[in-house]
Design a protein around this ligand. Structure first.
Ligand code: G3I
Length: 328
């Protein structure tokens, strides 16, 4: 099969000093087209779900790293940096059911938090040097405008301090790792990004080892993000001494998918890439590469086509616009 000699995103991006990333789903690594689309375009990998607590530890005391190891091995083989994700996330999809049922004292919960972080980070100490330590700790109550730490498994048992505790534990396990806070709907300056800014600023003041902020950037093509506001948001976190990355971008389209909506999607992808380039973000990462493998249709009924290659792995206008923005 002749491989097209044209460069992929990562080659063009490397000239601009930005990593281009993608989540990797181990269940599709046996598909040639999926593998080559990843290898050709990306030099940073995030396991899509294989490092979730519920996937690693479906039964108490027994860790199964098989699927995560597959993603890590693939990434290493193709010289991709890896962002481990997520160590601590209160989503009910992430907390193992056996754990969710546990009545735990604060110290028992703190011990379980420590055990999990140490078990996972130690296994990949030589392979993973970036970790999303806490994912989506801030609520998204845009209706009330009152943004505070989400209640949830760890918050309810340990209290708000679980966030700082997680970062301090991760830093003890691997003092050299870059430790990320990652969240969604905090791309522009808004109530949620303000609340995260206050939280992180406060934690940094207490000496918490937080090094980077991940803006997930899960968008819809009918939204209108203001690039200036995203840029200002990125810069204010950088002013705290933090690295910033775009960690999970996709732009879902409300069906029917039309040429007009694909054009808008392409504009949004390249607009956010330009923001990432202007602000020297660590990386510009997508939450998938092909519409054939995407969380969107399952999780957002009535939406589809959120990524940069179509279901047949053909480059969409979004892909072409990213290449254009990188060649500017
Ligand atoms: O494939 C396994 C299957 O073998 C197993 O039998 C089954 C039951 O355990 O699980 C299957 O895995 C599912 C996996 O997606 C398949 O890709 C998990 O149940 C399911 O929970 C998992 O969902 C992931 C979701 O996070 C978990 O909340 C999605 O893939 C993933 O795209 C999504 O990604 C999140 C980021 O982590 C955080 N930001 C938002 C983003 C989208 O929700």
């Amino acid at each position: 099969m002749c491989m097209s000699t044209s460069m992929g995103l990562k080659d063009i991006a490397s000239r601009k000093g930005i990593a281009v990333g993608c989540c990797i789903n181990d269940a599709h690594l046996n598909e040639g087209k999926y593998r080559s689309a990843l290898v050709r375009n990306f030099n940073l990998a995030t396991p899509e779900y294989e490092l979730m607590h519920s996937q690693l530890c479906p039964t108490r005391g027994k860790y199964d790293f098989e699927n995560a190891d597959k993603v890590v091995a693939f990434a290493l083989k193709h010289k991709m940096r890896i962002r481990g994700h997520p160590l601590v996330w209160q989503s009910r999809l992430n907390i193992p059911s056996w754990l969710a049922r546990q009545k735990l004292s604060r110290s028992e919960a703190a011990k379980l938090l420590k055990d999990h972080i140490m078990t996972v980070m130690k296994r990949y100490k030589n392979e993973i040097h970036d970790w999303v330590v806490v994912n989506e700790a801030m609520n998204d109550d845009f209706k009330s405008g009152k943004f505070k730490l989400r209640k949830g498994f760890w918050f309810n048992r340990i209290g708000p301090r679980y966030v700082e505790m997680a970062f301090r534990l991760a830093h003890i396990v691997d003092p050299k790792a870059t430790l990320w806070y990652n969240d969604y709907s905090m791309d522009e300056i808004n109530g949620k990004s303000d609340a995260v800014y206050r939280l992180i600023k406060g934690l940094l003041k207490k000496g918490a080892p937080i090094h980077a902020i991940g803006l997930q950037m899960h968008l819809a093509s009918h939204w209108n993000l203001d690039p200036k506001s995203v840029e200002a948001n990125i810069r204010r976190f950088q002013k705290l001494g933090l690295k910033v990355g775009i960690t999970e971008m996709d732009v879902r389209i409300r069906k029917p998918v039309t040429k007009k909506k694909l054009k808008k999607q392409a504009k949004m992808y390249s607009g956010m890439l330009r923001v990432a380039l202007n602000t020297r973000c660590e990386d510009f990462s997508l939450w998938g590469v092909t519409d054939a493998v995407s969380w969107i249709p399952e999780s957002h009924k009535g939406y589809d086509a959120g990524l940069i290659l179509d279901k047949k792995y053909r480059p969409k206008l979004a892909y072409e616009n990213l290449v254009e923005a990188l060649n500017e």
